[in-house]
Ligand binder design. Structure first.
Ligand SMILES: [Zn+2]
Length: 617
């Protein structure tokens, strides 16, 4: 009786598991033919294999080919993944790049090829690359918390069944494979590597190149000596999976750019699926493929919200909504932020805190951020740690928009702040203002846009914005009645129409004030960019400039993908570092101004800034 009871319990638990795996159940409905074509095996034999030296077939499951001296491809042609693992022999050690689906005994196959001790090096955390890893003692993986969580979870028997059901298999499973006990035990790597680290095999080494995108833990291994890049699933000649939930497209694009920079260090790519020996020239095509997808210039097949774009030598699978969310409209910018660069950061901080009375809302030590208004900020950076040096020309004017222009003038004069000239109503356009110099010579303009038709659009845009007064509890001398309403970052160009066209087309910026030689365009709710003809402005054009214009946005990935698709030059591809908890990239405007896009991550150091960005009113 007890046995029956237990059986009943097991059955119930089993059903529970099935229901819990809702996603897996749905994929039990036929997989879209965009992902898995009917009779996918009609591709066999893939032409490349007739050109390679076949070593043999092991366990009726692995076909082994020699790619180069001491370099073998271990291929699983009978299952839909067509997984490829690689054995790389050094003089002291062998590396097994990935371990396949776990259906065959890959350790036994490897031991027939070498007597060397074997270290497993995993390209990423997906099942079809890691399933045989448990058979080995030494396992290397990228130090990626998200990927390590996946590895530690392992896979239970039920969740793997779909990979050997129906059309997934072309030929029978190996005789000694037991599908009822097939699992992937939790994998705990014995060596966590970082980008740029080297795995030494004796006379031969593999460099770790982190290439997130396909998955968080994706890496490529560069064998510089044999000029081979083991690419995992970053690239393989087949449908690249850009639609899966753990894909990050901005990372994917950035990783591809990173690999293209290394193109002269290898000749061939040995990928995780299908074809083990691919000419490297496909990589730039992958980069262009993403650009054409997102620029909408490419044909595709679509089925239930999934798109398959065809290219020469590979395809891209991507969800329609991923593409359209980037293409439709301009992602919102919460605030703008201008960075200035200083030799004496402490002195600059004192000026902006004590004299101007700005509130410090972020401090990374080498950089501080001050609030001008809720949607405009100023960053002060130590020149030794920043993207610019203080010695570069300060080709920028930061303008504080205020209603209390005369009060500010009196106050700053009383503080003996050096001034460029007396307060005046500008003769050429409807503003009243004056210019002072900050401690290292940046031009600061205090400006009031007068009631005049020329300024009507700007005033309408600023409707509802409230001026910011000195925060209580700060040590400033700034009188409590002197407010700041907005800012304008004035930049200097040789070709104003081209600059205006760039900001309108690229950012959806709107022209708010047209003074002829100078234009104000929208950026954030109270942050503006001013485009000035250098021949008539406060500064002349310069190649270099000690300023970075940043845009704070939650949609930093969408912005990256969008600007990449428009072919903008990327100064820094997207990424973040533990030292600076910001996901960011940097591009250039037509005059070479650095434009940075920032998403401040959930980190204690960012809390005060995040609070200021998100608070009501
Ligand atoms: Zn894979």
């Amino acid at each position: 009786m007890k046995a029956w009871g237990e059986l009943g319990f097991c059955l119930a638990a089993g059903l529970g598991t099935l229901c819990f795996l809702g996603a897996a159940c749905r994929s039990g409905e036929k997989t879209s033919s965009l992902v898995q074509p009917d009779k996918w095996w009609s591709i066999h034999p893939r032409p490349v294999y007739s050109r390679l030296e076949k070593v043999g077939t092991f366990q009726d499951w692995f076909d082994v080919y020699r790619l180069a001296e001491g370099t073998f491809a271990i291929y699983e042609p009978n299952q839909f993944e067509e997984a490829l693992s690689y054995l790389v022999l050094g003089s002291e050690k062998a590396a097994l790049v990935d371990t396949g689906t776990g259906i065959g005994d890959i350790r036994r196959a490897v031991e027939e090829l070498t007597d060397l001790p074997v270290v497993v090096v995993l390209t990423h955390e997906h099942y079809d690359h890691v399933a045989g890893a448990w058979r080995f003692e030494e396992i290397v993986h990228l130090d990626s918390p998200a990927a390590l969580t996946v590895l530690a979870a392992g896979r239970d028997n039920a969740s793997l069944q779909k990979y050997i059901a129906g059309d997934y298999l072309w030929k029978p499973l190996p005789r000694d494979f037991d599908s009822r006990s097939w699992t992937i035990p939790a994998i705990v790597p014995t060596w966590l590597v970082k980008d740029g680290e080297t795995i030494d095999l004796g006379g031969r080494s593999l460099e770790v190149i982190a290439a997130p995108g396909h998955s968080p833990g994706q890496v490529c291994f560069l064998d510089r000596g044999r000029r081979i890049l083991f690419s995992g699933d970053h690239f393989f000649p087949g449908p690249l999976y850009a639609h899966a939930p753990d894909v990050n497209m901005a990372d994917y694009i950035a990783s591809n750019r990173k690999l293209i920079q290394r193109l002269d260090e290898f000749d061939h790519i040995s990928p995780g699926h299908n074809d083990p020996w691919v000419d490297k020239e496909v990589l730039p095509c992958v980069s262009r493929a993403f650009e054409t997808i997102y620029s909408g210039q490419r044909q595709y097949a679509e089925d239930k919200g999934l798109r398959r774009y065809g290219f020469d030598g590979f395809d891209v699978l991507i969800r329609a909504d991923q593409v359209e969310s980037v293409r439709s409209g301009y992602p919102p910018v919460q605030a703008n932020l201008v960075f200035f660069y200083y030799r004496d950061l402490e002195n600059a901080r004192r000026f902006y805190e004590e004299i101007l009375g700005l509130e410090r809302v972020l401090d990374y030590g080498f950089a501080s951020i001050y609030r001008i208004t809720q949607s405009s900020y100023l960053g002060l950076v130590d020149e030794n740690r920043g993207m610019h040096r203080a010695s570069e020309p300060k080709t920028v004017t930061l303008s504080f928009v205020t209603a209390e222009i005369d009060g500010w003038y009196e106050y700053l004069e009383s503080c003996q702040i050096p001034m460029r000239g007396p307060i005046r109503d500008a003769t050429r356009h409807a503003t009243r203002g004056f210019v002072v110099f900050d401690p290292e010579g940046y031009f600061l303009e205090f400006e009031r846009f007068l009631d005049h038709p020329e300024n009507a659009a700007l005033h309408a845009y600023l409707e509802g914005q409230e001026a910011v007064y000195p925060a209580a509890g700060t040590s400033t001398r700034r009188p409590a009645n002197l407010g700041l309403l907005a800012n304008v970052i004035w930049l200097y160009y040789r070709d104003i129409p081209a600059a205006q066209e760039f900001y309108e087309r690229t950012f959806g910026a709107k022209l708010l004030v047209d003074q002829g030689f100078a234009k104000v365009v929208s950026s954030s709710p109270s942050g503006f960019i001013g485009l000035v003809d250098e021949a008539q402005g406060l500064h002349r054009f310069s190649e270099n400039k000690a300023v970075t214009i940043a845009f704070i946005t939650d949609s930093v990935d969408d912005w990256f993908i969008r600007l990449d698709a428009q072919g903008l030059t990327m100064k820094e591809v997207i990424g973040s570092s533990p030292a600076i908890p910001v996901r960011a990239f940097v591009t250039l405007d037509p005059a070479g101004y650095y434009l940075e896009f920032d998403r401040f991550l959930d980190d204690g150091r960012n809390r005060k800034l995040s609070y200021n960005l998100n608070k009501e009113g």
